[in-house]
Design a protein around this ligand. Structure first.
Ligand code: C5P
Length: 221
């Protein structure tokens, strides 16, 4: 019926976000960055003075946050109460806090509902959506038309991420390894689930990665 739902999961540093945005652009459909939603909840909790170890309070914040997700791949703006928070949610402070939010199971249950609703709304409005994260292929949208796990060797991921952040490579490595380890206690994104196609981008540049994902979508639909 002309609605294409693409789910892409994978660990940090694969280039998942840039590739997902470009794929959405080429297909002329919407985009959803679910990691940005967890980051926004972490930012909001901090902004509201909520202690991340107070799990019920953080869960409540995830329910009530006035979050608006931009879905245009050219400008996927994230705002809370009409305030753009794109820069604020990408700091290393938020990256360090976000797993504490993401391992809160009540938060995950709220996020699953919000994300599933958004995926359907975006697909309805734009003819499709590329939604990326850690549990989109398995939990949020296992019904997706194409389900892809984007991977890359640890060495390549560390390289891509430190280039992106232009900070100390060793600190970046430690932070990423720790975040992936924490995140993988609640989401399964290190190996492909049944029916999920793995796209290994270790030896691919950006253009080749986009082509490989487009190929995997074509093969799945
Ligand atoms: O993709 P990104 O690095 O921005 O994601 C930030 C964090 O959000 C992850 O480290 C993880 O804790 C959480 N996340 C999640 N499930 C998703 C997407 C992101 O738990 N589907």
């Amino acid at each position: 019926e002309g609605r294409l739902i693409v789910a892409i999961d994978g660990p940090s540093g694969t280039g998942k976000s840039s590739v997902s945005k470009e794929v959405a652009r080429r297909l002329g459909i919407g985009y959803l960055d679910t990691g940005a939603m967890y980051r926004a909840v972490a930012w909001w909790a901090q902004h509201e003075g909520i202690d991340l170890s107070d799990q019920p309070a953080v869960a409540q914040a995830a329910e009530t946050i006035p979050l608006v997700m931009g879905t245009n791949p050219d400008d996927p703006r994230v705002s809370v109460d009409d305030i753009a928070i794109d820069r604020q949610i990408r700091t290393s402070e938020i990256s360090e806090m976000v797993s504490a939010v993401a391992t809160n199971l009540a938060v995950r249950s709220t996020m699953k509902k919000r994300q599933r609703r958004l995926i359907n709304e975006i697909a309805e409005a734009t003819g499709g959506v590329v939604a990326e994260g850690r549990d989109i292929t398995t939990v949020v949208a296992p019904f997706a038309d194409a389900r892809i796990l984007m991977t890359a060797s640890e060495e390549v991921r560390m390289g891509r991420r430190s280039k992106e952040l232009a900070v100390d490579a060793e600190a970046t490595r430690a932070q990423i390894v720790e975040r992936d380890a924490k995140d993988s206690t609640v989401a399964q994104f290190l190996t492909a689930a049944d029916g999920v196609v793995t796209v290994d981008t270790s030896d691919l540049d950006f253009e080749q990665s986009v082509a490989a994902v487009l190929g995997a979508i074509e093969a799945s639909t």
